[in-house]
Design a protein around this ligand. Structure first.
Ligand SMILES: [Zn+2]
Length: 463
Protein backbone atom coordinates (compact mmCIF):
# COMPACT_ATOMS: atom_id res chain seq x y z
CA UNK A 1 0.00 0.00 0.00
CA UNK A 2 1.81 3.07 -1.22
CA UNK A 3 -0.50 5.51 0.58
CA UNK A 4 0.35 4.05 3.98
CA UNK A 5 0.88 5.45 6.56
CA UNK A 6 -1.93 7.93 5.86
CA UNK A 7 -1.27 11.66 6.04
CA UNK A 8 -4.12 13.95 7.08
CA UNK A 9 -4.57 17.56 6.10
CA UNK A 10 -4.24 19.45 9.38
CA UNK A 11 -6.24 22.39 8.03
CA UNK A 12 -9.28 20.32 7.07
CA UNK A 13 -12.49 20.78 9.05
CA UNK A 14 -16.06 19.91 8.03
CA UNK A 15 -18.80 22.53 7.95
CA UNK A 16 -20.13 23.08 11.50
CA UNK A 17 -23.58 21.84 10.42
CA UNK A 18 -22.20 18.48 9.22
CA UNK A 19 -22.80 15.52 11.51
CA UNK A 20 -19.68 13.76 10.19
CA UNK A 21 -16.00 14.56 9.87
CA UNK A 22 -15.45 12.16 6.94
CA UNK A 23 -18.96 11.30 5.83
CA UNK A 24 -18.03 8.63 3.28
CA UNK A 25 -15.69 6.75 5.60
CA UNK A 26 -18.05 6.85 8.54
CA UNK A 27 -21.06 5.64 6.53
CA UNK A 28 -19.20 3.19 4.32
CA UNK A 29 -20.74 -0.17 3.52
CA UNK A 30 -19.17 -2.57 6.09
CA UNK A 31 -18.09 -5.08 3.44
CA UNK A 32 -16.33 -2.44 1.40
CA UNK A 33 -14.73 -1.17 4.62
CA UNK A 34 -13.34 -4.65 5.31
CA UNK A 35 -11.43 -4.53 2.03
CA UNK A 36 -9.78 -1.30 3.18
CA UNK A 37 -9.06 -2.80 6.59
CA UNK A 38 -7.36 -5.80 4.98
CA UNK A 39 -5.16 -3.49 2.91
CA UNK A 40 -4.12 -1.58 6.02
CA UNK A 41 -3.47 -4.78 7.99
CA UNK A 42 -1.11 -5.93 5.25
CA UNK A 43 0.61 -2.55 5.27
CA UNK A 44 1.10 -2.35 9.05
CA UNK A 45 2.28 -5.98 9.15
CA UNK A 46 4.82 -5.32 6.38
CA UNK A 47 6.00 -2.22 8.27
CA UNK A 48 6.41 -4.19 11.50
CA UNK A 49 8.05 -7.16 9.78
CA UNK A 50 10.80 -4.94 8.46
CA UNK A 51 11.38 -2.90 11.60
CA UNK A 52 10.27 -4.84 14.66
CA UNK A 53 12.10 -8.08 15.60
CA UNK A 54 9.38 -8.68 18.22
CA UNK A 55 6.81 -9.34 15.50
CA UNK A 56 9.18 -10.96 13.00
CA UNK A 57 10.19 -13.62 15.52
CA UNK A 58 6.65 -14.18 16.75
CA UNK A 59 5.26 -14.62 13.25
CA UNK A 60 8.18 -16.76 12.04
CA UNK A 61 7.60 -19.10 14.96
CA UNK A 62 3.97 -19.35 13.85
CA UNK A 63 5.11 -20.07 10.29
CA UNK A 64 3.68 -16.98 8.63
CA UNK A 65 4.69 -13.69 7.13
CA UNK A 66 2.74 -10.60 6.06
CA UNK A 67 2.35 -11.75 2.44
CA UNK A 68 0.33 -14.76 3.65
CA UNK A 69 -2.52 -12.56 4.81
CA UNK A 70 -4.95 -12.57 1.88
CA UNK A 71 -8.18 -12.27 3.84
CA UNK A 72 -9.46 -11.35 7.30
CA UNK A 73 -9.82 -15.10 7.91
CA UNK A 74 -6.08 -15.46 7.31
CA UNK A 75 -5.52 -12.65 9.79
CA UNK A 76 -7.15 -14.73 12.56
CA UNK A 77 -4.09 -17.00 12.44
CA UNK A 78 -1.74 -14.18 13.44
CA UNK A 79 -0.54 -14.78 17.03
CA UNK A 80 -2.16 -12.78 19.82
CA UNK A 81 0.00 -10.31 21.77
CA UNK A 82 -0.52 -9.89 25.52
CA UNK A 83 0.55 -7.09 27.84
CA UNK A 84 2.86 -9.62 29.47
CA UNK A 85 4.60 -10.18 26.09
CA UNK A 86 5.16 -6.42 25.86
CA UNK A 87 6.55 -6.18 29.40
CA UNK A 88 8.95 -9.08 28.81
CA UNK A 89 10.13 -7.63 25.52
CA UNK A 90 10.76 -4.23 27.10
CA UNK A 91 12.73 -5.88 29.90
CA UNK A 92 14.87 -7.66 27.30
CA UNK A 93 15.15 -4.64 24.99
CA UNK A 94 14.93 -1.49 27.11
CA UNK A 95 13.53 1.08 27.09
CA UNK A 96 10.86 0.72 24.36
CA UNK A 97 11.08 -2.95 23.39
CA UNK A 98 11.97 -4.47 20.02
CA UNK A 99 8.56 -3.44 18.70
CA UNK A 100 9.55 0.24 18.44
CA UNK A 101 9.18 0.44 14.68
CA UNK A 102 10.52 3.98 14.17
CA UNK A 103 14.00 5.45 14.76
CA UNK A 104 14.55 6.56 18.37
CA UNK A 105 14.98 10.21 17.32
CA UNK A 106 11.48 10.29 15.84
CA UNK A 107 9.85 9.64 19.23
CA UNK A 108 7.77 12.73 19.99
CA UNK A 109 6.24 11.82 23.37
CA UNK A 110 7.01 9.24 26.04
CA UNK A 111 4.14 8.04 28.20
CA UNK A 112 3.53 4.91 30.21
CA UNK A 113 1.49 2.87 32.60
CA UNK A 114 1.48 3.97 36.24
CA UNK A 115 3.21 0.78 37.28
CA UNK A 116 1.05 0.38 40.37
CA UNK A 117 0.61 -3.27 39.40
CA UNK A 118 3.88 -4.71 38.16
CA UNK A 119 6.63 -3.14 36.12
CA UNK A 120 5.54 -0.08 34.13
CA UNK A 121 5.36 -0.21 30.34
CA UNK A 122 6.79 2.65 28.27
CA UNK A 123 4.89 4.07 25.32
CA UNK A 124 6.83 5.80 22.57
CA UNK A 125 4.73 7.83 20.19
CA UNK A 126 6.18 9.14 16.94
CA UNK A 127 5.77 12.69 15.68
CA UNK A 128 3.68 11.67 12.66
CA UNK A 129 1.62 9.33 14.80
CA UNK A 130 0.86 12.18 17.17
CA UNK A 131 -0.65 14.13 14.25
CA UNK A 132 -2.72 11.10 13.25
CA UNK A 133 -3.89 10.67 16.85
CA UNK A 134 -4.97 14.32 16.98
CA UNK A 135 -6.83 13.98 13.67
CA UNK A 136 -8.51 10.74 14.75
CA UNK A 137 -9.62 12.07 18.12
CA UNK A 138 -10.92 15.28 16.53
CA UNK A 139 -12.96 13.21 14.08
CA UNK A 140 -14.47 11.12 16.87
CA UNK A 141 -15.10 14.10 19.17
CA UNK A 142 -16.91 15.76 16.29
CA UNK A 143 -19.27 12.78 16.57
CA UNK A 144 -19.97 13.77 20.22
CA UNK A 145 -21.38 17.00 18.84
CA UNK A 146 -18.25 18.95 19.83
CA UNK A 147 -17.58 21.98 17.61
CA UNK A 148 -14.86 24.66 17.32
CA UNK A 149 -17.10 27.01 19.32
CA UNK A 150 -16.81 24.71 22.39
CA UNK A 151 -14.47 25.06 25.36
CA UNK A 152 -13.27 21.76 26.82
CA UNK A 153 -12.32 21.46 30.50
CA UNK A 154 -9.83 18.64 31.22
CA UNK A 155 -10.09 17.42 34.80
CA UNK A 156 -7.49 14.74 34.24
CA UNK A 157 -3.85 14.15 35.05
CA UNK A 158 -1.26 15.53 32.66
CA UNK A 159 1.48 13.06 33.44
CA UNK A 160 2.63 9.70 32.11
CA UNK A 161 -1.09 8.88 31.84
CA UNK A 162 -2.07 8.95 28.18
CA UNK A 163 -5.77 9.76 28.65
CA UNK A 164 -5.68 13.53 29.12
CA UNK A 165 -3.05 14.08 26.44
CA UNK A 166 -4.97 12.15 23.81
CA UNK A 167 -8.15 14.06 24.54
CA UNK A 168 -6.28 17.37 24.54
CA UNK A 169 -4.66 16.69 21.14
CA UNK A 170 -8.09 15.94 19.69
CA UNK A 171 -9.75 19.06 21.09
CA UNK A 172 -6.92 21.24 19.80
CA UNK A 173 -7.07 19.71 16.33
CA UNK A 174 -10.86 20.12 16.22
CA UNK A 175 -10.40 23.81 16.81
CA UNK A 176 -12.10 23.96 20.21
CA UNK A 177 -10.76 26.02 23.11
CA UNK A 178 -8.70 23.77 25.39
CA UNK A 179 -8.83 24.32 29.15
CA UNK A 180 -6.32 21.78 30.56
CA UNK A 181 -7.04 22.21 34.24
CA UNK A 182 -5.52 18.97 35.52
CA UNK A 183 -6.29 16.97 38.67
CA UNK A 184 -4.60 15.38 41.64
CA UNK A 185 -3.28 18.36 43.59
CA UNK A 186 -4.74 18.65 47.12
CA UNK A 187 -7.57 21.17 47.20
CA UNK A 188 -7.75 21.31 43.42
CA UNK A 189 -11.35 20.14 43.18
CA UNK A 190 -12.70 23.19 44.98
CA UNK A 191 -10.66 25.41 42.69
CA UNK A 192 -11.97 23.44 39.70
CA UNK A 193 -15.53 24.18 40.81
CA UNK A 194 -14.74 27.87 41.07
CA UNK A 195 -13.24 27.94 37.57
CA UNK A 196 -16.05 25.85 36.08
CA UNK A 197 -18.51 28.38 37.43
CA UNK A 198 -16.57 31.33 36.15
CA UNK A 199 -15.28 30.09 32.79
CA UNK A 200 -18.45 28.14 31.85
CA UNK A 201 -16.78 25.60 29.56
CA UNK A 202 -19.28 23.68 27.42
CA UNK A 203 -17.49 20.30 27.60
CA UNK A 204 -15.82 18.29 30.37
CA UNK A 205 -13.40 15.35 30.38
CA UNK A 206 -12.19 13.17 33.28
CA UNK A 207 -12.70 9.68 34.71
CA UNK A 208 -16.37 8.98 35.58
CA UNK A 209 -15.47 8.65 39.30
CA UNK A 210 -14.03 12.14 39.24
CA UNK A 211 -17.00 13.53 37.32
CA UNK A 212 -19.31 12.31 40.07
CA UNK A 213 -16.95 13.55 42.74
CA UNK A 214 -16.88 17.09 41.32
CA UNK A 215 -20.70 17.16 41.21
CA UNK A 216 -20.91 15.90 44.79
CA UNK A 217 -18.36 18.40 46.03
CA UNK A 218 -20.13 21.25 44.25
CA UNK A 219 -23.44 20.34 45.90
CA UNK A 220 -21.62 20.25 49.22
CA UNK A 221 -20.66 23.87 48.59
CA UNK A 222 -24.27 24.73 47.82
CA UNK A 223 -23.62 24.94 44.07
CA UNK A 224 -25.82 23.14 41.55
CA UNK A 225 -23.49 21.53 38.94
CA UNK A 226 -26.02 22.53 36.27
CA UNK A 227 -24.87 26.10 36.79
CA UNK A 228 -21.65 25.21 34.94
CA UNK A 229 -23.69 24.93 31.75
CA UNK A 230 -21.87 21.81 30.47
CA UNK A 231 -23.38 20.42 27.26
CA UNK A 232 -21.06 17.44 26.67
CA UNK A 233 -19.27 15.31 29.29
CA UNK A 234 -17.01 12.56 28.04
CA UNK A 235 -15.05 10.06 30.08
CA UNK A 236 -12.45 7.33 29.89
CA UNK A 237 -10.30 5.22 32.20
CA UNK A 238 -13.14 3.30 33.88
CA UNK A 239 -16.35 1.61 32.72
CA UNK A 240 -18.69 4.03 34.61
CA UNK A 241 -19.89 6.23 31.74
CA UNK A 242 -21.18 3.13 29.97
CA UNK A 243 -23.08 1.83 33.00
CA UNK A 244 -26.68 3.01 32.45
CA UNK A 245 -27.45 4.14 36.00
CA UNK A 246 -24.08 5.93 36.35
CA UNK A 247 -24.62 7.64 33.00
CA UNK A 248 -28.07 8.76 34.19
CA UNK A 249 -26.61 10.14 37.43
CA UNK A 250 -24.00 12.16 35.58
CA UNK A 251 -26.55 13.50 33.10
CA UNK A 252 -28.99 14.40 35.87
CA UNK A 253 -26.28 16.09 37.91
CA UNK A 254 -24.91 18.26 35.10
CA UNK A 255 -27.77 18.51 32.64
CA UNK A 256 -25.46 17.61 29.71
CA UNK A 257 -24.93 14.39 27.76
CA UNK A 258 -22.51 11.75 29.11
CA UNK A 259 -20.39 9.77 26.66
CA UNK A 260 -18.27 6.69 27.25
CA UNK A 261 -14.94 6.38 25.43
CA UNK A 262 -11.70 4.45 25.50
CA UNK A 263 -9.96 1.23 24.54
CA UNK A 264 -6.46 0.93 26.06
CA UNK A 265 -3.49 3.27 26.44
CA UNK A 266 -1.38 0.90 24.31
CA UNK A 267 -3.94 1.38 21.55
CA UNK A 268 -3.71 5.19 21.40
CA UNK A 269 -5.60 6.69 19.53
CA UNK A 270 -7.57 5.14 22.39
CA UNK A 271 -10.74 7.03 21.48
CA UNK A 272 -11.54 4.68 18.56
CA UNK A 273 -13.98 3.08 21.00
CA UNK A 274 -16.42 5.91 21.63
CA UNK A 275 -20.08 6.72 21.81
CA UNK A 276 -21.68 9.19 19.43
CA UNK A 277 -24.13 11.87 20.53
CA UNK A 278 -26.93 9.25 20.59
CA UNK A 279 -25.19 7.24 23.33
CA UNK A 280 -26.10 3.76 22.14
CA UNK A 281 -22.80 2.20 23.25
CA UNK A 282 -19.28 2.73 21.95
CA UNK A 283 -18.79 2.60 18.18
CA UNK A 284 -15.72 0.71 17.01
CA UNK A 285 -14.02 2.96 14.46
CA UNK A 286 -12.77 -0.07 12.56
CA UNK A 287 -10.89 1.77 9.81
CA UNK A 288 -8.45 3.28 12.36
CA UNK A 289 -8.14 0.53 14.98
CA UNK A 290 -9.52 -2.83 13.94
CA UNK A 291 -11.29 -4.60 16.80
CA UNK A 292 -12.21 -8.27 16.85
CA UNK A 293 -14.28 -9.82 19.64
CA UNK A 294 -12.90 -13.24 20.48
CA UNK A 295 -14.13 -16.04 22.68
CA UNK A 296 -12.20 -15.83 25.99
CA UNK A 297 -10.95 -19.42 25.75
CA UNK A 298 -11.13 -20.68 22.17
CA UNK A 299 -10.08 -17.26 20.83
CA UNK A 300 -12.38 -17.73 17.85
CA UNK A 301 -14.23 -14.72 16.43
CA UNK A 302 -17.65 -14.49 18.08
CA UNK A 303 -20.83 -13.44 16.24
CA UNK A 304 -22.66 -10.18 16.89
CA UNK A 305 -24.89 -10.39 19.94
CA UNK A 306 -22.41 -12.46 21.96
CA UNK A 307 -19.85 -11.71 24.66
CA UNK A 308 -16.13 -11.72 23.99
CA UNK A 309 -12.74 -10.13 24.60
CA UNK A 310 -11.82 -7.19 22.32
CA UNK A 311 -8.53 -7.72 20.50
CA UNK A 312 -7.16 -4.63 18.78
CA UNK A 313 -4.95 -3.89 15.79
CA UNK A 314 -3.56 -0.49 14.88
CA UNK A 315 -4.20 0.38 11.25
CA UNK A 316 -2.56 3.81 11.28
CA UNK A 317 0.28 3.62 13.87
CA UNK A 318 3.94 3.33 12.92
CA UNK A 319 5.50 3.68 16.40
CA UNK A 320 4.90 0.61 18.57
CA UNK A 321 2.07 -0.68 16.37
CA UNK A 322 -0.10 -3.19 18.20
CA UNK A 323 -1.14 -6.11 16.07
CA UNK A 324 -3.77 -8.30 17.74
CA UNK A 325 -3.35 -7.03 21.30
CA UNK A 326 -5.45 -9.00 23.80
CA UNK A 327 -7.31 -6.48 25.99
CA UNK A 328 -8.57 -8.83 28.69
CA UNK A 329 -11.77 -6.73 28.74
CA UNK A 330 -15.27 -8.06 28.31
CA UNK A 331 -17.96 -6.69 26.03
CA UNK A 332 -20.75 -7.72 23.71
CA UNK A 333 -21.03 -6.32 20.21
CA UNK A 334 -23.74 -5.58 17.69
CA UNK A 335 -24.07 -4.33 14.11
CA UNK A 336 -27.58 -2.95 14.69
CA UNK A 337 -27.88 0.46 13.03
CA UNK A 338 -27.35 3.60 15.14
CA UNK A 339 -29.40 6.74 14.67
CA UNK A 340 -26.24 8.64 13.74
CA UNK A 341 -25.95 6.69 10.48
CA UNK A 342 -22.40 5.47 11.10
CA UNK A 343 -21.92 1.88 9.97
CA UNK A 344 -19.36 0.92 12.62
CA UNK A 345 -20.30 -1.93 14.96
CA UNK A 346 -20.95 -1.00 18.59
CA UNK A 347 -20.38 -2.26 22.13
CA UNK A 348 -23.95 -1.63 23.35
CA UNK A 349 -23.04 -2.13 27.02
CA UNK A 350 -19.57 -0.63 26.73
CA UNK A 351 -16.69 -2.46 28.37
CA UNK A 352 -18.33 -3.79 31.48
CA UNK A 353 -15.54 -5.69 33.02
CA UNK A 354 -12.13 -7.17 32.77
CA UNK A 355 -11.62 -10.88 32.79
CA UNK A 356 -9.30 -10.12 35.78
CA UNK A 357 -11.85 -8.01 37.69
CA UNK A 358 -14.41 -10.73 37.86
CA UNK A 359 -14.57 -12.50 41.20
CA UNK A 360 -16.49 -15.53 42.31
CA UNK A 361 -18.66 -15.68 45.40
CA UNK A 362 -20.24 -19.00 46.29
CA UNK A 363 -19.89 -20.16 42.70
CA UNK A 364 -21.43 -17.08 41.07
CA UNK A 365 -19.33 -14.96 38.74
CA UNK A 366 -19.65 -11.32 39.76
CA UNK A 367 -18.54 -8.18 37.95
CA UNK A 368 -18.09 -5.02 40.01
CA UNK A 369 -19.90 -3.07 37.27
CA UNK A 370 -23.09 -5.08 37.91
CA UNK A 371 -23.02 -3.95 41.55
CA UNK A 372 -22.43 -0.35 40.49
CA UNK A 373 -25.37 -0.52 38.09
CA UNK A 374 -27.68 -1.57 40.96
CA UNK A 375 -26.39 0.99 43.49
CA UNK A 376 -26.44 4.00 41.19
CA UNK A 377 -29.99 3.13 40.18
CA UNK A 378 -31.34 3.54 43.73
CA UNK A 379 -32.14 7.09 44.62
CA UNK A 380 -31.21 7.16 48.31
CA UNK A 381 -27.74 5.69 47.71
CA UNK A 382 -24.88 8.20 47.78
CA UNK A 383 -21.90 8.44 45.43
CA UNK A 384 -19.27 6.21 47.00
CA UNK A 385 -19.23 2.52 47.85
CA UNK A 386 -16.92 -0.42 48.54
CA UNK A 387 -17.29 -4.09 47.74
CA UNK A 388 -15.78 -6.37 50.36
CA UNK A 389 -15.46 -10.09 49.86
CA UNK A 390 -14.55 -12.02 52.98
CA UNK A 391 -14.87 -15.46 54.39
CA UNK A 392 -16.75 -16.55 57.49
CA UNK A 393 -16.14 -20.14 58.48
CA UNK A 394 -15.78 -21.62 55.02
CA UNK A 395 -18.41 -19.47 53.30
CA UNK A 396 -17.71 -16.45 51.13
CA UNK A 397 -19.48 -13.33 52.26
CA UNK A 398 -20.22 -10.40 50.01
CA UNK A 399 -20.53 -7.09 51.80
CA UNK A 400 -21.36 -3.80 50.12
CA UNK A 401 -20.59 -0.66 52.07
CA UNK A 402 -22.38 2.34 50.64
CA UNK A 403 -23.04 5.91 51.64
CA UNK A 404 -26.61 7.06 51.92
CA UNK A 405 -27.71 10.48 50.75
CA UNK A 406 -28.65 13.42 52.90
CA UNK A 407 -28.05 14.56 56.45
CA UNK A 408 -31.17 13.06 57.97
CA UNK A 409 -29.83 9.51 58.23
CA UNK A 410 -30.48 6.52 56.02
CA UNK A 411 -34.01 6.43 54.56
CA UNK A 412 -36.36 3.80 55.92
CA UNK A 413 -36.14 0.52 54.04
CA UNK A 414 -33.11 1.57 51.96
CA UNK A 415 -30.89 -1.25 53.19
CA UNK A 416 -33.54 -3.86 52.52
CA UNK A 417 -34.22 -2.51 49.02
CA UNK A 418 -30.50 -2.64 48.20
CA UNK A 419 -30.08 -6.17 49.50
CA UNK A 420 -33.13 -7.41 47.58
CA UNK A 421 -32.05 -5.83 44.28
CA UNK A 422 -28.43 -6.97 44.64
CA UNK A 423 -29.52 -10.51 45.36
CA UNK A 424 -31.84 -10.52 42.33
CA UNK A 425 -29.11 -9.32 39.99
CA UNK A 426 -26.09 -11.17 41.40
CA UNK A 427 -27.75 -14.40 42.48
CA UNK A 428 -26.03 -14.39 45.89
CA UNK A 429 -26.92 -12.96 49.28
CA UNK A 430 -25.31 -9.59 49.91
CA UNK A 431 -25.00 -7.79 53.21
CA UNK A 432 -25.33 -4.03 52.94
CA UNK A 433 -23.74 -1.65 55.45
CA UNK A 434 -24.90 1.94 55.15
CA UNK A 435 -22.55 4.71 56.17
CA UNK A 436 -23.10 8.49 56.34
CA UNK A 437 -22.16 10.74 53.40
CA UNK A 438 -18.44 11.49 52.91
CA UNK A 439 -17.25 8.57 55.04
CA UNK A 440 -15.53 6.65 52.26
CA UNK A 441 -12.35 7.82 50.62
CA UNK A 442 -12.70 9.63 47.27
CA UNK A 443 -10.51 9.37 44.24
CA UNK A 444 -9.52 11.82 41.56
CA UNK A 445 -8.37 9.02 39.32
CA UNK A 446 -9.44 5.45 38.83
CA UNK A 447 -11.34 4.15 41.82
CA UNK A 448 -10.37 0.91 43.55
CA UNK A 449 -13.57 -0.30 45.10
CA UNK A 450 -13.18 -4.05 45.49
CA UNK A 451 -11.49 -5.40 48.60
CA UNK A 452 -10.99 -9.16 48.71
CA UNK A 453 -10.19 -10.29 52.26
CA UNK A 454 -10.53 -13.98 51.65
CA UNK A 455 -6.80 -14.59 51.61
CA UNK A 456 -6.52 -12.88 54.98
CA UNK A 457 -9.05 -15.34 56.37
CA UNK A 458 -7.15 -18.23 54.80
CA UNK A 459 -3.89 -17.05 56.32
CA UNK A 460 -5.42 -16.73 59.77
CA UNK A 461 -6.98 -20.17 59.70
CA UNK A 462 -4.04 -22.09 58.24
CA UNK A 463 -1.53 -20.72 60.71
ZN1 LIG B 1 -23.95 6.40 16.57
Amino acid sequence: MSDWPPVYDDRYRPAPGSRYWFKDRERQDPEAREQGILGKIRAVMAWAWERAPFYREKWRAAGLEPGDIQSLDDFRKVPIVTKEDLREDQAAHPPFGSYLAIPREEVFHIHGTSGTTGKPTAFAIGRDDWRRIANTHARIMWGFGLRPSDTVFFGSFFSLYMGGWGALAGAERLGATAFPFGAGVPGQTLIAIKWLREMKPSAFYSTPSYGLYVADKARGEGIDPREFGLRILFFSGEPGAGIPSTKRRIEEAYGGICLDTGSMAEMTPWMTNAECEFRTGMHLWQDIVYAELLHPESRELIPFGKEGVPVYTHLERTSQPMIRLWSGDLATWTDDPCECGRTYPRLPKGIYGRVDDMFTVRGENIYPSAIEEVLRGIRGVGEEYRIIVSREESMDELVVQAEYRGEAGAPEGLRREMETRLRAVLGVRTTVQLVPPDQLERTEFKARRVIDNRNLFRELTTR
